[in-house]
Structure formats: C-alpha cells, structure tokens
Design a protein around this ligand. Structure first.
Ligand code: BGC
Length: 792
C-alpha cells in the first residue's frame, strides 16, 4: 500500500494523503491503535463507510462450535474467537440536515496520519455537503499507553463558508453489524451478536453500557464522558441496551468551531459483579477526565519517548525500511505493552484474523524483540503462559503424556486448533515457550522470574519431551510423529527443529533444576529425572543426509519427491489454497523456514559449512506462504554471506503489511512479521547471537550495499549497549552499566562506559546466490538512495 500514491515515505509517521475506499480495510489495520489491552481499528469517526469495524479487548472472547466431519479422541470440543466489543469510537456528524459521509458531497481533503512518536492517529477532512456547506473536521485519537483502560478522541468541527446547524452524536454501540466473512481460513469466524445487554445508563454528557457474553461468561463494560467547547451547545444523553448516545447541537457561524473531547473507558472480567464492573469503568473514566485531553497526550508522548529511547533502530540508505521498522516497532509495542496478564495475539488487537488467537508467534518472533527492548512486556507475556499451565498439563494428560502440552492456538489457554496435524502435533510450541524463558532470563538475569515462573515452565515442558520421545535400540532419543514449523509437512519423525529445541529445553531444565534445588524438589523433580533429561538431550537424534550433504528437515524428507514448481503460476500461492494438503505433505516443498529457523535459534548445533549448504538447499523449496518465513531467511542469508538477499528478505518482512503482501492485512496486522523486521536487522545484519548462559553476547555485523548505516540498542542485564554499523566498521558504545564482554566476529572486545570501541568489518566475498521456487523470488531492493523514497 505504501506503493499506493496516497502514501508517503517518512521516517516517523505513516500517512495516507487521500481517501480510497478500495484500501479502506487495510488502512483500518495499518492505522489501528492499541495498548495491548484495548484495540481500536482505524475506522472512520462517523462509522461509515467501513471495511471491518473493530474494537477489541485482549482476553474477551466467545466460544464457538468446532464441528468435525469425523470425530476422534482428544479433539478440542470448542473453539474460542475474539469478539468485536462495544464501539466507543463513534462520533457522527450532521451538517444542517445531511450526515457527514465522505461518499456523498465533495471531498476536498482527507488525510490520516499515524504519528509514531506521539502515539496519536490524526485525521483531517474538508468536505462540502451535497447541499453546499463546507466543513473542516480535525480528529485526534489515542489509546492510552499509560492508562490502560482508557481511549480518547478530540473531535473538532469548523464551518467554513456559511452558517450551519451541526449535530454531533457521540455513541457507544454494541453488537455492530459486521460484514460477511470471506472464504479465507485465516479470516475470523464471527459470532453474531455476542453481547447480551445487562445494564445501561446515561446522564448529562455521560453514558455507560454493560454486557455479558453467553458462553465464556465475561462481563464487559464501556463508558464515555465528554468535555465540550463551543457557544450555546445543547446536549442530551440517552441509553438503550445496545446504544449509548450523547447528542450535541450548535449553530455555528463561518469560522466557528465545536470541539468535543470524548473519554472512553473499558473494563471486563470473568468474576467481577455488575456493580463491580460499573464502578471499574467509571473510575477509569474519572481518572482520564482528571488527566484531561492535554494530559493524556503528554503522557502518551512521554511513554513513547521512553520507548524510542530504548528501542529505536536507525538506518541509512533505504528510507522505506527506516519507516517500516519504526512502524513495526510501534505495533509490536502496541501489541505487547500493556497486555499484562493476557496473551499477545498473532494480529495483536488490530483485527479479528486467526480468531484473535495467540500462537508460537509470540514467543519466537515478538518476545525476542521485547526482551531486548522492553523486557517487562516479555515477562508479562510469559507470566500469562504460566497462568495457563494447569490447562496445558490437563491437555498433556489427555494425550497420554507427562508435563505440559501448550496449545497451538488459543485465547484462554485451551487448544483451539481443530486440525490436529498442524495443531496438536505441532508440539514445538512448548519448546518455543522454553526458548523464550531461557532468552529472557539470559538477557535480564531476572532471578525472581526464574524461580516463580521460569523454572516451572522449563520443568513441565521438559517432562513433555521426555514422555513424547524415546530411546531407540541404538540409544538415540527420537521424537516421532510431530509437526515442525513448516506446515507443508506434518506428523514426521525427528523434525530437526523440534528435536534441537527440545534438546535445549531438556538441558536448560536440568541446569535450572540444579540451580534451584529446593524449588525443583517442590515440583517433584529428583536426581533421577534430572539425569533422564541430560541423557535424552545428549542422545537427541539429528538426522543427516550423507549423500546430499544436507540435513533433512525431518527424517526421510530429502527422499521425498520434489514439488513441481514448473506448473505453478503466481496465482497458485499460497499453495494451501490451491493444492491438497496430502500432496504438499508428501513432497519436498516448505511453507516456511523450518530447518533454517533451527540454524538461527540453535546455530550452535551446526557448522558454518553445514549452514551454507543447508540454506542454499532449502531456498529452492521454500515458498514463504507464511509471513513468518522471510525474516528468518533474512537472518540466515546474512549469516551465510548472501547480504543482498538478506536485504530483500528484510524488505519483505518489513513491508508485509505496509504493502499488504499477503493480501490479508484487512484482517489485522502480521505482528510476528513486523517483529521480524527487527529480527532481520538486529539478528540478521547486526549478527546478534547469545547461545550460552556463561558465554558472551556475540555480534557479527555486515551491511548489504544498499544500507549504509544501521544503529540499534540492546539491553543486557542492567547494561545498555548501542551498536552502530557502517561499511567500514562497527562501534560498540556502553550507554550505561558495568563493562560488557562481547564477541565481534569472534574477537573478544570489552566495552566500558564512555569508551566506545570501533572494530573493522571483515571483507566478504559474495557467494553465488541460491535460487528460489518459480514465482517466489523476493523483490530486489537494489541499492536505494539515502533519504529519498526508494519506491520502485
Ligand atoms: C503459520 C504459523 C503461524 C500462524 C499465525 C501460519 O500461517 O504457518 O506458523 O503461527 O500462521 O501467524
């Protein structure tokens, strides 16, 4: 979309300079505001036209049936889906007797700006009504990062060319009409009218609605209050079961304004009473009113100043990526910042795609970014996982296993995938959670977290692996019949990614068990169990194809027939919408990085030579039908010396939503791919690796021709390290904390405060570029030009 002429390339904002109905739903996702607790799609203030109306609360869901043509033991019985809660964004406008509607009359100007430094969505519209009255509307919206139950809008209407009677109707609407669901399995399954009215009220400029969900039994409250500026403004408030409305009328002379500040508060609970919820939302509203609009804006700016000070990534040479990485970081922050006690869904709170479920995306893609930039958010997300441990243990028991089997997709903690080959069988999610625990602990040294949350997560997941695998006659520890990250293979034996991640999980559980013997004993861990984990890890089976000299992603994979790409056209992607799974499963074709991801997360288990050979082999068969793939390919492309290709994959990850590359941005943003922008830059071009608790953090920075400078920060324990890379060298600056010992391309460097160290970059010879499947060559980013848009 940023290739759309209405979009500009700017370093600190995303701007749509005109209104285009054709990209409305994508714009609603791209410009969405959220704080991880409340999510508001960027629907127009007046509500219509809309692509997909959406207001979400993290953790508010409804049950939906999971019908099976053929039932089987252990199939999840009910699904969970995010619901569209009460819409508090609506502000309708009547100019004389005509509704302000951009589809009628004359639209002179329509601009939307997502201001990434201010955390505001600004909209400016100039419009002449069909009867000829010209008005200017300026609205500014925020979802507060400092007051998590609060959102607010400042709405300003001015009559330009003659007197007019204007009526502003500020509303709360529940059970909004939603458009029909498309046939894409990744879209949401809508539950019609999910909210049962429970209470409503209104008074002066205030209104409140409370509802309940039937199946999940959640109570949801929403309230609004207003501050109005303008002369002789009349107001009336009303409420009905699904509608709260405050109507303001004013006679405006040319140049006069009516300014309305709308404060909105949300609250929900599965346990609190009706009076409890009513009080909760009113309290949040009172706090917002006391802070006032200017105060909320100032708080938002301060919160973002702190965030950018920690997390900003600077880049010269490719201005689209500079914009995209800030856009990405902003949305990663929005998805995780105040999730506190809830999951980070695959779409954040920007749309209903994937039914609002959280997947391994959170631990493997989003949390690495948060761990090094906003570690508190990672701790919260892992504490949420920990809170679902009883359900994961129940699930393991149901499957005849020990320990905890975390769900492939869920909102509340129960498995919600009805397709077990790419759901329950994708057991790697449990090792991914362990990986996030290990990374977080290594980066922060948060021992309280280790003891209260981390250890138990490691122990219960290690138990799962020990019971899921077995030692074969040769003593090898095998994990048979599981699905790895590549969903175009299923129920395979000894998926290398799964085995290596399980190995790390088992080893870490054993190490932590020794580190915290008392706590481990409380969890029922004894010496015998610790020894079993060690043995299983040491004997983990890693298949290798001697003939080809590459690792099969699972046992036997490289013996499968190769997929015939010569018959595929560009329209055949994603393949899963055009070919049967049974055929994808039995051929060599890879939906997304699988072994390549293993070479990133467990890079310590491969030699440099193996990485190069494997990478080139899997490039030929990886179609990137998942948005999670490009960033991982970028990381490994950089490591094995395909720097220009790394730049191309970085571009694909970064522009996934800004350019709507998968044609489903309407359903919400791809938060993991957005996080992948940072991953591609920091792990990829920056070469960040941290494989061992005792070992130093390592960087191996290298830049492709088209990027002339890259600078980023990472937080390690209490140290804040800035890494700045140009083609001639890399400078490490310790901005605060004790001296850091690190590796720069394998050479040990000690960095102390106020004594930056600059190291040269090694010369690299470009290797012959590997090939990709027909129709799946990533778009080449060329050499770019500093400062100027690099649109091609
Ligand atoms: C990918 C999964 C991912 C899910 C949600 C699927 O297309 O294959 O790996 O977790 O999308 O993003």
């Amino acid at each position: 979309m940023i290739r759309h002429p209405a979009f500009t390339v700017e370093p600190w904002c995303v701007r749509a300079t005109r209104f285009d109905l054709d990209v409305l739903s994508q714009v609603e996702s791209v410009f969405a505001l959220s704080n991880g607790h409340i999510g508001w799609r960027a629907n127009l203030d007046e509500g219509e036209p809309n692509g997909l109306p959406g207001s979400y609360l993290n953790g508010v869901w409804e049950q939906r049936p999971l019908p099976y043509a053929e039932a089987g033991y252990g199939y999840p019985e009910a699904g969970q889906t995010v619901i569209n809660v009460t819409n508090g964004k609506l502000i309708r406008l009547l100019v004389n007797d005509e509704p302000f509607d951009v589809r009628y009359g004359t639209l002179h100007e329509h601009e939307m700006v997502l201001d990434l430094r201010a955390g505001l969505l600004r909209r400016t519209v100039e419009w002449t009504s069909p009867a000829g009255r010209r008005v200017r509307v300026e609205s500014v919206r925020l979802v507060s990062l400092t007051q998590r139950a609060v959102a607010a809008i400042c709405y300003d209407v001015q009559v330009l060319d003659g007197p007019a009677r204007v009526v502003v109707q500020s509303e709360l609407v529940s059970n909004e009409q939603l458009p029909e669901v498309a046939g894409d399995p990744r879209a949401a399954s809508a539950v019609p009218d999910p909210l049962r009215p429970e209470a409503h009220g209104s008074h002066q400029l205030w209104a409140q609605l409370v509802h309940r969900t039937s199946g999940s039994g959640l109570r949801v409250g929403c309230a609004m209050d207003h501050v109005v500026e303008g002369s002789n403004v009349q107001s009336v408030a009303e409420s009905h079961p699904d509608l709260g409305r405050v109507t303001l009328t004013a006679e405006l002379k040319p140049g006069q304004r009516l300014r309305v500040v709308k404060f909105v508060a949300y609250g929900w609970s599965g346990v609190r009473s009706l009076p409890g919820i009513r009080a909760q939302v009113d309290a949040a509203l009172a706090s917002a009113r006391q802070t006032g609009w200017d105060g909320l804006v100032a708080e938002q700016r301060e919160a973002l100043n702190r965030f950018w000070d920690r997390a900003d990534v600077e880049l010269d040479g490719d201005s689209e990526i500079q914009q995209a990485v800030r856009f990405a970081l902003f949305h990663v922050l929005q998805a995780g910042a105040r999730a506190e006690g809830q999951a980070i869904p695959a779409k954040g709170l920007t749309g209903p795609g994937y039914n609002g479920h959280t997947f391994w995306d959170s631990e493997t893609f989003v949390q690495p970014v948060l761990t090094y930039t906003s570690p508190r958010a990672t701790a919260f997300a892992l504490r949420w996982r920990h809170s679902t441990l009883p359900l994961a243990k129940e699930r393991a028991a149901q499957l005849g296993l020990r320990g905890a089997a975390f769900p492939w997709r869920t909102i509340h903690g129960e498995e919600c995938s009805s397709y077990w080959p790419a759901g329950t069988a994708a057991f790697h999610v449990s090792a991914d959670i362990a990986d996030a625990v290990i990374r977080y602990a290594r980066a922060t040294g948060d021992t309280d977290f280790e003891q209260s949350v981390g250890l138990e997560l490691l122990v219960e997941t290690a138990r799962l692996w020990r019971s899921l695998g077995h030692h074969d006659a040769e003593g090898r520890f095998r994990i048979d019949g599981v699905t790895g990250p590549d969903e175009y293979s299923a129920v395979a034996d000894n998926n290398i990614y799964t085995n290596l991640m399980a190995q790390q999980n088992l080893r870490a559980a054993a190490v932590w068990g020794h580190r915290y013997p008392g706590k481990a004993r409380d969890l029922g861990v004894d010496e015998e169990e610790l020894a079993q984990w060690h043995d299983a890890a040491d004997a983990m089976f890693i298949p290798y194809d001697e003939e080809l000299g590459v690792h099969p992603q699972a046992e036997g994979f490289t013996e499968h027939k190769e997929w015939d790409f010569s018959v595929c056209t560009d329209d055949d992607y994603p393949l899963f919408l055009h070919f049967p799974y049974f055929d994808l499963y039995r051929k060599q074709v890879t939906k997304q990085a699988d072994l390549v991801l293993a070479m990133f997360l467990r890079g310590d288990a491969f030699t440099a030579e193996e990485k190069s050979r494997n990478f080139d082999y899997y490039e030929r068969i990886t179609v990137r039908d998942s948005s999670l793939s490009a960033c991982v390919q970028a990381v490994l492309a950089a490591e094995v010396g395909h720097l220009s290709l790394a730049h191309d994959y970085l571009g694909e990850a970064a522009l996934m939503d800004l350019d709507d590359l998968e044609h489903n941005t309407r359903d919400g943003l791809h938060i993991a791919s957005l996080a992948g922008t940072w991953i591609a830059l920091v792990y990829g071009l920056g070469g960040l690796r941290h494989y061992h608790d005792e070992g130093p953090v390592a960087f191996s920075p290298l830049l492709p021709e088209g990027i002339t400078r890259l600078a980023f920060n990472v937080f390690l324990r209490k140290q804040r390290l800035r890494v700045s890379v140009v083609h001639d060298g890399a400078t490490y600056t310790l901005e605060s904390g004790d001296p850091v010992r690190l590796l720069h391309h394998g050479t040990e460097v000690v960095v102390t405060e106020r004594a930056p160290v600059t190291m040269p970059l090694p010369r690299t010879e470009p290797r012959p570029a590997p090939t990709q499947p027909r129709g799946r060559v990533p778009e080449h980013r060329g050499t770019g030009s500093a400062g100027a848009p690099t649109r091609r």
